[in-house]
Design a protein around this ligand. Structure first.
Ligand code: SF4
Length: 67
């Protein structure tokens, strides 16, 4: 199932853990916020997205199913 990746910019502190875990999905910009690089992710990207969400120190990342 496809899913969207949402970063709460109020929680994000720009640590870049997400970018390290899944560089194909996240990029920390000059604004020191994580930006999601894909409109929708697919199952092949779920493991990386879940790792990014799990290890984000501020729990700023949410995976939202696309129905
Ligand atoms: S790991 Fe979390 S806090 Fe750090 S840049 Fe990514 S979303 Fe932001």
């Amino acid at each position: 199932m496809a899913f969207r990746i949402v970063v709460d910019s109020d929680l994000c502190q720009g640590h870049g853990v997400c970018e390290n875990e899944a560089p194909e999905l996240f990029e920390v910009g000059r604004d020191m916020l994580a930006h999601v690089l894909v409109e929708q992710a697919d199952e092949s990207q779920r493991r990386a997205a879940e790792a990014a969400a799990k290890y984000c120190p501020t729990h700023a990342i949410t995976l939202v199913p696309v129905l």
